[in-house]
Design a protein around this ligand. Structure first.
Ligand code: 4AD
Ligand code: MG
Length: 440
């Protein structure tokens, strides 16, 4: 015997007039007199199941009346097309089997505070909005990887336990590593994909990355997922072109395949539809002027002296001047990572860019051309107070067949927050890890 259903709600259109078995959970239940209406959720969708007293046994009808919210059951009945039904189909139930009861499910249709919901995240993921968000997340991840695969990239996995820092030493999670001292949770896979790039030409890594950032903002997680392409024989320009193609391919695929979910999320898709190359580009210097000219339009976007980084209000102000994602390029080298190639015309700035999403979602991509000269790289490692001995292997990449190369990292949660129009990043990952949350 199999417990598998005949089909799923998503595929029900192919079964009109037939008898099928569905398996799922009771999302909602109403009834009057001789009728019980079950809204059954099977993970692929929801369907209204109609239980009419005269068409089922007495025990089945009694069981239907007793089912609690989120009770698991198998329901057998005939599929009927009904224009008035949400989704267009209903199931006239013949049989009902309780698989797992549910009594006093804590999340009711009434409004709960977000802290309560976060505390019940393991159950909250069943709710319609969360469900739509996580489906979009899955689509973004699939779209990103499949697009890169089609472009000839090889997935090249990078380690999570690492011996060195790559994105500054102030936000490392450390753990003891046997007799070898400290190990750190990877802040990025980049240094390792650079080794892969020299082996395969075009590679990417995709996995969780960690930052012990004590920032309690709506854009920061301590554990987030990043996809990081890296390309040989590619300069800063090539990098920006790749990024705009990559981002627009992902957004267009979500628009095509997850329209129903964007609808549940009440996402205004006009901004997303405009997300096609070329994306506007402005330099860090021009961004400073833009901030001066428009200060006051966004709270907290006060003038920035040259050489300092932007805060969230500044990014919001810059992005608000454009109708699609915008690249801010050539930041002062001193505020960026040690591995970034300096601009040959102006060595005080780096050949790097941040891609800022529209509507105040901030930086979704950080990327750069990498230093490919071994001597310069060694100098930079020293200047950043890092121990050259730890980076021997990374310097080797520049000693044996070095090439100009570039890459970037897109944070999945930031991208999903923007695409879905979700204010806080905590809802874009199944189990967010934040300064004040590690349960559930
Ligand atoms: O700009 P970042 O720090 O760049 C890197 O790590 C490079 N090594 C990537 C590369 O060139 N291969 O981070 C890249 C992206 C950000 O744009 C943002 O989307 C995301 O990672 N990110 C975070 N997302 C959530 N929470 C945090 N604390 C994040 N920090 C970065
Ligand atoms: Mg960055």
């Amino acid at each position: 015997m199999s417990l598998q259903p005949t089909t799923t709600v998503a595929r029900i259109a192919g079964y009109v007039g037939e008898t099928v078995t569905l398996a799922g959970w009771v999302y909602h239940k109403t009834g009057k007199g001789k009728l019980v209406f079950l809204l059954l959720r099977d993970g692929s969708g929801t369907i209204q199941c109609v239980i009419f007293k005269k068409q089922v046994s007495e025990t089945t009808f009694a069981l239907a009346q007793q089912l609690g919210q989120e009770a698991a059951c198998r329901v057998t009945g005939s599929v009927r097309a009904d224009e008035r039904a949400p989704g267009g189909f209903e199931l006239d139930v013949h049989e009902l089997e309780l698989v797992g009861p549910s009594v006093e499910y804590p999340i009711s249709p009434k409004d709960h505070g977000v802290e309560f919901l976060m505390e019940h995240r393991h159950l909250w993921v069943r709710s319609a909005r969360q469900h739509a968000l996580l489906r979009v997340r899955a689509e973004v991840i699939a779209a990103a990887q499949e697009w890169l695969n089609e472009q000839g990239f090889i997935r090249f996995d990078s380690p999570i336990l690492t011996a060195t820092a790559a994105e500054g030493t102030s936000n490392l999670f450390a753990t003891d590593y046997f007799d070898l001292g400290k190990a750190y949770l990877a802040q990025t896979g980049q240094l390792y994909v650079e080794a892969g790039m020299m082996a395969f030409g075009k590679v990417y890594c995709f996995g969780p990355t960690f930052r012990a950032e004590k920032s309690k903002t709506r854009r920061h997680l301590t554990e987030f997922w990043m996809i990081e392409p890296e390309v040989a024989f590619a300069d800063h320009e090539d990098n920006l072109v790749l990024q705009e193609q990559f981002v627009s391919a992902i957004v267009q695929r979500v628009l095509e395949r997850r329209a129903a979910d964007l609808d549940v999320l009440e996402r205004d898709t006009t901004v997303l539809k405009r997300c096609v190359p070329p994306f506007p580009r402005i330099s860090y210097d021009d961004a400073l002027e833009l901030i001066n000219a428009h200060q006051g339009e966004v709270e907290g976007a006060t003038p920035v002296p040259w050489g300092e980084d932007f805060g969230a209000p500044h990014e919001q102000l810059i992005a608000s001047q454009f109708d699609r994602p915008v690249f801010v390029e050539r930041y002062p080298a001193a505020i960026k990572a040690f591995y970034m190639e300096p601009d040959p015309a102006r060595p005080e700035v780096a050949l790097c860019a941040d891609l800022l999403a529209p509507e105040g979602y901030g930086e979704i991509i950080g990327g750069s051309q990498r230093i490919h000269d071994p001597d310069l790289l060694e100098r930079r490692i020293n200047e950043h107070g890092l121990d050259v001995a730890d980076y021997r292997w990374y310097l080797d990449l520049r000693r044996y067949g070095t090439v100009p190369h570039s890459g970037f990292g897109m944070g999945i949660e930031r991208a999903v927050a923007w695409i879905t129009g979700t204010r806080h990043i905590r809802e874009t990952i199944p189990f967010p890890r934040m300064l004040y949350r590690i349960y559930p």
